[in-house]
Design a protein around this ligand. Sequence first.
Ligand code: SF4
Length: 78
Amino acid sequence: MAIESTGAPGGPHAGLCETCFFQRVVTNTRGSRFSLCNRSRDDPAYPRYPRVPVLRCGGYRARAADARPDSLDAGASD
Ligand code: SF4
């Protein structure tokens, strides 16, 4: 599911995922943005692309301001 823009500068709106360590934002060739959950790699209980906005999630872990995985892109293949 694509992330719907809030219209705010800088802002996709994926709920909790937006501040979660495990989120990675993926952009396709048409410019649509998707919120990918990196927990889905190791745990099938988590969908690869959760339905957004995510309002509650047992796997949520707050992301440190300097540790955004989508900027690190640790070998993901999307
Ligand atoms: S663990 Fe939960 S809150 Fe974090 S990215 Fe995945 S679905 Fe979103």
